[in-house]
Design a protein around this ligand. Structure first.
Ligand SMILES: [Fe+2]
Ligand SMILES: [Fe+2]
Length: 381
């Protein structure tokens, strides 16, 4: 509705009755929402608008208004809008006037409406590390460089915390593989503990786990993708239950790999086209498995299904034109490619950061959401 108000101020003068009516409507909805919470956050991520951690979905003419609105906010460099309880209607009116004025007019922060950039604070970081000691000479140079920036005692503390989470994740994956009943509580506790680590000024790269053996790849990889995804989502402003569900989704994104034959999953060389096809079924298999589990957030099903669908809709599974993966699936796909490239595998040397950055930047706008690539690279550098 605020988008319609902005569009109409653009068409009419701000004292036109139609515009006044729109502003009044927007004001009433916002104050209604603010009645039981201290503030409402609106994040702008590319063309997407996320209100209180939920992407806004609009079709038809509302969709066009929404796109127009996110474009105006983007042009004015606004990435976050926070409405605070007690907001007077004049502040809203002034905000709408700022937004409707030409691109040279900046949007001003007011006492009850804060304007901001999505901060890329290097503040957080969780950490998992494999239970086994790292063999000499096996240290991942990227991880080692980031770890060097973390004070030794803090690194030690984080490593101990995460070793426990890694063991639990490993146990969870082996139960799933053996078709044993798993408890969603177990994965929720792992996520809670990971998120609990996210409070210091450290680079999350410094606490990524290294792959010890081929059969450990899947759970080590999902733990790393989990840390990177949760760190990025937290820095982008996702909080509470939503951040928690994002954690669950990222730790389960590759669960379908448990149903891929070992000889393909652990093959120490490139896959043949037929093997690749089988490998690619892991996203659908994972989503199917998760949908049958009680208590799994829908986001986890979606992320398992969508994490190999690219920003431009290509990738797999093949989807009808116009399908856009959920923003969280998009965050996971950036972390996913990053962790896959930085890992040393039987058929692949670990790629240096410049190479990975080149792939992420090269795929911006095609394979990946360009804004998410930027945020991600700022976070890890
Ligand atoms: Fe995958
Ligand atoms: Fe993955």
């Amino acid at each position: 509705m605020i988008n319609a108000a902005v569009a109409n101020v653009g068409l009419y003068s701000s004292d036109h009755p139609q515009v006044i009516r729109y502003i009044q409507n927007v004001y009433e909805s916002l104050t209604g929402l603010l009645a039981d919470r201290p503030e409402i956050n609106l994040l702008i991520i590319g063309k997407d608008i996320v209100v209180e951690n939920r992407p806004v979905v609009a079709g038809g003419s509302s969709g066009a208004y929404l796109e127009h609105f996110s474009r105006i906010l983007g042009e004015k460099g606004v990435e976050r809008l926070t409405f605070i309880a007690g907001m007077p209607v004049e502040d809203l009116q002034a905000l709408i006037n700022d937004l409707a004025a030409g691109p040279e007019t900046p949007v001003k922060t007011r006492p009850s409406i804060r304007i901001g950039k999505v901060e890329v604070r290097v503040k957080v970081a969780g950490k998992p590390r494999g239970g086994e000691p790292q063999a000499a000479g096996e240290v991942d140079p990227l991880v080692a460089a980031a770890a060097a920036s973390i004070p030794a005692d803090l690194l030690e503390e984080l490593n101990q915390l995460s070793a426990k989470e890694m063991d639990e994740l490993k146990e969870l994956y082996s139960r799933m593989k053996n078709h044993k009943k798993i408890s969603v509580r177990g994965i929720e506790d792992i996520v809670k503990n990971f998120i609990g680590c996210f409070r210091r000024e450290i680079n999350p790269l410094g606490i990524l786990a290294s792959i010890k053996s081929a059969h450990e790849y899947t759970f080590t990889h999902v733990a790393n993708v989990g840390v990177l995804t949760m760190s990025q989502a937290e820095r982008m402003g996702f909080t509470g239950e939503h951040l928690h569900n994002i954690g669950v989704a990222s730790l389960l994104h590759d669960v379908g790999k448990l149903f891929i034959p070992e000889e393909i999953l652990g093959k120490p060389g490139m896959l043949t086209p037929d093997e690749r096809k089988i490998m690619e079924t892991h996203s659908v298999k994972g989503a199917r498995y998760l949908i049958g589990l009680e208590g799994i957030p829908k986001l986890a099903v979606l992320a398992a299904l969508e994490h190999h669908i690219k920003f431009d809709g290509t990738g797999y599974p093949s989807v009808r034109g116009g399908w856009k993966p959920n923003i969280i699936s998009q965050i996971i796909s950036v972390a996913d490619v990053f962790d896959a490239m930085r890992s040393k595998r039987a058929y692949q040397e670990a790629h240096p950061l410049e190479k990975i950055e080149g792939v992420l930047r090269g795929g911006s706008g095609k394979a990946f959401n360009p804004l998410l690539v930027n945020h991600f690279l700022k976070m890890i550098k």
